[in-house]
Design a binder for this molecule. Structure first.
Ligand SMILES: [Cu+2]
Length: 503
């Protein structure tokens, strides 16, 4: 995979990218000074950083480059480019790959250049771009430039506007960008989209938007249907149990770091099956852009939840007025969960695995016999209650596993504990799984112990930090430092991958 990822990347472009990354990390300029009028990396941004550190673009400008504050697409790299006679040349490879949504949860997905979502293309209004595309998939594909006004030959719809790109085949897309805003690219195959094939395409305006922002983030929303013990998303399913920001499920998504008083922009795009009401705690924001570009300021309106519909982009801006680690998340309850499986009905897991009365294939929609909406099979899709299923419903752990708690607390105990809380219909519901150490990275330094328990699915935090704390964390980000495990000697280490740290 990694060989395919870079095999035809010219050495010069690679070196430029590496240099930009080093300069971005070690440059003398304060990260805080990177405003919207600062300059882009010479090679189109660093190629990302394993720890998901911000990409401040803190280095000197190449003469003639248009100025912009680079967007930070945390956990997703930028797509590097080189300039050929004034044309920005990108190399984009569609390929199967593995993505770790959460520590130990690695899935087989399809994306571009080793990443899901695909690497971010970041350019400027007026640029001419050439995208040298190669298909590393085992089936045909094309690339559509969502929302871009390009010649029909460049629209990336198989048969309609171009021949399909066969496995191993190539196609050159080239066009001039006369728009600016938050766009994206994706396969025009519906099922390929649902296997992960999209990426951000950010076009900065020639003149920075006003008021200028100090931080600019980009987030791709995706949903996936993967049963336990499976690694391949079922693109047919309508029921999703993994929800990701930039290919990471909470709490693995890298927090957004902001200094108190800064102005922040967040661009959110969605091209899945569901809509996502994205909510920010603590501070109101204004809707300042859509997939059609910038909204005139007179039409901005305040919100604290923005609905990002399918095939839409929503851009919000706010003043980071209040210090704190503020939740930023989809508010659909099922989208605030990880690896959700039914707790009621034939699919229930009373310690017996996943599905009774059906196999994994039926469980995720590959029905070989019978009707997908029948009483037998419907509950596996979240349809119906399975009242007449061929095996008796195994409701939440009530019944076989329900035993009085040893050493019960008597009449002063909380009602849920009287006679064993496992006898309470509906129990259990919410679970609080703490995995602070497993997802620790410099950006998580100083978060409240146990913070990860409150964080699943499409959830992350905007950390609005006082200057001293901000500078300390940014220093850790630059140094790639991970805080020491927080557990006390008395604590039992939780099972996790290796030492539980990402480097
Ligand atoms: Cu959602």
């Amino acid at each position: 995979m990694s060989s395919l990822k870079n095999f035809w990347l010219p050495r010069r472009a690679f070196l430029q990218s590496a240099t930009a990354a080093v300069l971005g990390t070690l440059g003398g300029r304060s990260l805080a000074s990177a405003r919207e009028d600062s300059e882009p990396p010479a090679a189109g941004g660093s190629s990302g950083h394993a720890a998901g550190a911000p990409d401040p673009g803190a280095h000197d400008m190449t003469a003639g480059e248009t100025a912009y504050l680079p967007v930070q697409t945390l956990d997703v790299p930028k797509l590097p480019f080189e300039v050929d006679h004034g044309v920005k040349v990108f190399r984009l490879v569609a390929e199967p790959l593995k993505r770790e949504f959460l520590p130990t949860k690695v899935f087989d997905v399809w994306g571009y250049n080793g990443s899901v979502p695909g690497p971010t293309i970041e350019v400027t209004e007026g640029d001419r771009v050439r995208i040298l595309f190669e298909n590393g998939l085992p089936e045909p594909t094309t690339v559509h430039w969502h929302g871009l006004e390009v010649p029909i030959e460049m629209d990336g719809v198989p048969a309609i506007s171009q021949p399909e790109v066969e496995p191993g085949g190539r196609f050159t897309y080239e066009f001039t960008l006369h728009q600016h805003g938050t766009f994206f690219y994706h396969s025009h195959g519906a099922m390929q989209e649902m296997l992960g094939m999209l990426g951000l395409f950010i076009i900065h305006p020639r003149e920075p938007y006003r008021p200028r922002v100090d931080k600019d983030f980009g987030i791709v929303l995706q949903e996936w249907a993967v049963l336990p013990n499976n690694t391949i998303p079922n693109t047919l399913s309508m029921e999703f149990n993994w929800l990701t920001f930039n290919g990471k499920a909470g709490p693995a998504a890298t927090p957004m770091l902001v200094k108190l008083g800064e102005r922040v922009r967040i661009r959110i795009v969605n091209i899945g099956m569901d809509h996502h009401p994205i909510h920010l705690h603590g501070m109101q924001f204004y809707l300042t852009g859509t997939e059609g570009g910038r909204i005139p300021e007179a039409l901005w309106y305040p919100e604290n939840t923005v609905l990002v519909g399918v095939a839409q982009a929503r851009v919000i801006e706010f003043e980071a007025k209040y210090p704190g680690d503020w939740m930023f998340h989809c508010h659909l309850p099922h989208h605030m969960m990880n690896q959700m499986v039914s707790m009621v009905g034939p699919i229930a897991h009373a310690g017996h695995g996943v599905r009774t009365g059906g196999g994994m294939e039926e469980g995720m929609g590959m029905v070989r016999q019978g009707n997908a909406l029948s009483e037998d099979l419907g509950p596996t899709f979240g349809r119906g209650m399975g009242m007449a299923a061929s095996e008796k419903p195994l409701s939440n752990l009530v019944g076989a596993m329900a035993q009085p708690e040893p050493g019960g607390h008597g009449q002063h105990a909380a009602p849920a504990d009287r006679g064993g809380r496992k006898r309470v219909p509906g129990f259990p519901q919410d679970m609080f799984m703490v995995m602070d150490d497993e997802v620790a990275k410099p950006e998580t330094y100083g978060l409240a112990p146990g913070w990860t328990g409150a964080m699943q699915g499409m959830m992350t935090v905007v950390r609005v930090l006082p200057e001293d704390k901000y500078e300390e964390i940014m220093r850790r980000v630059r140094e790639g430092r991970v805080e020491a495990p927080r557990r006390t000697p008395a604590e039992t280490p939780r099972p996790g991958p290796g030492d539980g740290h990402q480097h």
